[in-house]
Design a binder for this molecule. Structure first.
Ligand code: M6R
Length: 608
């Protein structure tokens, strides 16, 4: 959730790490800091965004030849300059940036305080430079390794030493660290996004590895015993360098607009018209193994859960396999029952969400086959699962999930088709579903064409402070997702409810100041949702109806209507979600909110 950047070599390491930090800022942006190499080390920290940090630096700072930096999402201690990284040893000669959580920091801090160390922040991270100082024997690699072996938890770390110019020590335990190689320069970061402008040659540190970086390259060792390890150098895929807004005001709008293309990518090569089925080699199960699956369990968090709930309708509807959707955060704590025939799907855009990582480990330890459905193929979840179905949505930088949500829906639809064909789904039905899937990019384009009308509606309701989103069937998860989008980027209280549930309590909150967004599929419980809308209107709540097709199923006095194209009920969630993404985007933008980097949030949530 935080971002690490470092560089050694060249004449502008300071400028390089600031630029890298900006590319990581989508991960966390409460506060930031940098240590510039030299004697003494110079450390600058601020509360706020990387641009404020940049403004605090002088021209000479950018010319430093080695530097490490950090952008933070506060977990342990408020987002103040004191709690920002880097943190220093007592003598100020060792500087450390840290991602992750140190679970035993309280006891280490007590121990270190007992031996005279003075702490300046409330963070868990600050124990690291003090511990390294305690173990320092003239060898930065050995002393860092000795200190890190004392930590429990998950961490990605980079450290510099005043007495060892142009050397960076970095290590990874349960938190990603990637090294970039270039002629005369070596980089470190917590995410390849940071390295894309500088190099394509990278080494991803494996769990339990530590590295010594100099301008000449990287040496990798086992953290346990400092045994040298031969590095695996890989090439960055080209798309990781795509991190600009492409002329859009925000990444979120760009990513919403990319959805027709993302859906095409998610479908590409996965539709087999001859056999009337979907092709998902990433699932890693033979037809016979798939036929043995008696239950599917989908685990994820946030938007991924909502995609999972919509996916469950498809899988149960087309394949007749019972599906349960689990909050990954609860999964491992309730001792879930997994039979050998249970297929576990870990849904995660980032592939780094700590709760979903833990669910993957729990499921695998119980012998289940775990398939990751993930946008980042080199992520922890993708690496640890038994198999991976990539989303192929391209980097998503706005904190609000948009294109990855619809791509998840597409992949789950394909999985439902495949599993259905593997059972009793007739060829003709499957062929129609395949043709309908092919239409999805066009259907989404039609919704995007409605952007001006949706913007006008968002502006009309921009003063609302509370909103409800309601839907039935597979539009209920879309209501949940629409409400999540609105609240996370506009800070307006929004709740998603099953339309029928409203009258069991929440309806007490409705009045003329509380708009209700109602999702209506005239072909699927349309009359029933209209009944629920009538209940809202009777309480004077303004209603915005998102309707599939041209006509409302019933003559209702609702004037604010967002029309989305009529389509197969299994694809409607993806189509309707796009309308709600646009509504949330324009609503938040009109309120002057920081759309791409909403307060208190981070793109990937790597703590429990
Ligand atoms: O990367 P993941 O899909 O595992 O992330 C899960 C949630 O943190 C994420 O969907 C979050 O809810 C988004 N901010 C929603 O827009």
């Amino acid at each position: 959730m935080c971002g690490i950047a470092g560089c050694t070599g060249g004449l502008s390491a300071g400028a390089v790490v600031i630029a890298s930090l900006k590319r990581l800022e989508y991960r966390g942006y409460d506060s930031a800091g940098i240590t510039l190499g030299g004697s003494p080390l110079r450390t600058v920290k601020i509360s706020g965004k990387v641009c404020s940090l940049e403004r605090s630096l002088g021209p000479d700072d950018c010319l430093a030849t080695w530097a490490i930096a950090h952008t933070r999402w506060a977990t342990c201690g408020a987002p103040t300059a004191e709690n920002a990284h880097p943190h220093l040893s007592g003598d100020g000669r060792i500087s450390v940036v840290h991602n992750g959580i140190i679970e035993n920091f309280a006891e280490l801090r007590e121990e270190l305080t007992g031996s005279g160390h003075v702490f300046l922040s409330e963070t868990d991270s600050e124990v690291i430079p003090h511990l390294i100082e305690e173990y320092y024997d003239g060898d930065p690699l050995r002393s860092t390794a000795s200190a890190l072996r004392r930590l429990s938890g998950a961490f990605g770390v980079a450290a510099v030493f005043e007495r060892h110019p142009e050397t960076i020590i970095c290590a990874s335990v349960g938190s990603p660290v990637v090294i970039g190689l270039d002629d005369g320069r070596t980089f470190v970061a917590s995410d390849v996004q940071a390295l894309a402008p500088y190099t394509r040659r990278v080494i991803r540190l494996k769990d339990g590895e530590i590295a010594r970086l100099t301008p000449c390259g990287a040496e990798i060792f086992s953290l346990a015993d400092l045994r040298p390890i031969r590095p695996e150098i890989s090439d960055l895929p080209v798309e990781t360098s795509v991190a600009d807004k492409g002329g859009f005001e925000h990444f979120m709008l760009k990513e919403i607009m990319e959805q027709p293309e993302c859906c095409s990518n998610a479908l590409k090569g996965r539709l087999d018209f001859d056999r009337g089925t979907a092709v998902l080699p990433g699932l890693g199960l033979s037809p016979r193994e798939l036929a043995r699956v008696s239950r599917i369990l989908i685990a994820g968090c946030g938007s991924s859960i909502h995609a999972g709930l919509a996916g469950a309708y498809c899988i149960e509807g087309l394949a007749g396999i019972p599906v349960s959707v689990e909050q990954a955060s609860e999964f491992r704590y309730r001792n879930p029952v997994l039979e050998p025939e249970t297929l576990v799907i870990a849904l995660s855009q980032s592939g780094e969400t700590a709760d979903t990582v833990a669910a993957v480990r729990e499921a695998r330890s119980k012998g289940a086959w775990v398939t990751a459905v993930c946008n980042v193929e080199a992520s922890t979840i993708a690496r640890e699962a038994d198999s991976v179905i990539p989303l192929r949505a391209g980097p998503e930088l706005s904190v609000a999930a948009t294109k990855t949500f619809t791509s998840q829906l597409v992949v789950l639809y394909l999985l439902a088709l495949l599993a259905g064909r593997n059972r009793r789904l007739p060829f003709e039905t499957a062929s129609r579903l395949l043709r309908e899937a092919e239409e999805l990019p066009c259907l989404i384009r039609e919704v995007l064409d409605e952007a001006p009308a949706i913007k006008a509606l968002a502006e009309k309701y921009v003063r609302a402070e509370d909103m409800f989103y309601i839907g039935r069937g597979n539009l209920y998860p879309v209501a949940l997702e629409g409400a999540l989008k609105l609240k996370e980027i506009s800070y307006v209280h929004a709740e998603g409810y099953h339309a029928a549930e409203l009258k069991h309590g929440p309806i007490a909150l409705l009045d003329e100041l509380v708009p209700v967004v109602a999702l209506v599929n005239p072909e699927d419980e349309g009359e029933k949702v209209c009944g629920n809308i009538r209940e809202c209107l009777a309480r004077k709540a303004p209603v915005i109806a998102v309707v599939a097709g041209k006509d409302m199923p019933d003559a209702l006095p609702v004037r604010d209507i967002i029309r989305v194209p009529a389509c197969s009920r299994f694809l409607l969630p993806a189509v309707a979600a796009v309308a709600l993404q646009l509504f949330a985007y324009f609503f938040a933008r009109s309120r002057g909110c920081s759309v791409d980097q909403p307060r208190n949030l981070a793109k990937s949530v790597t703590v429990e």
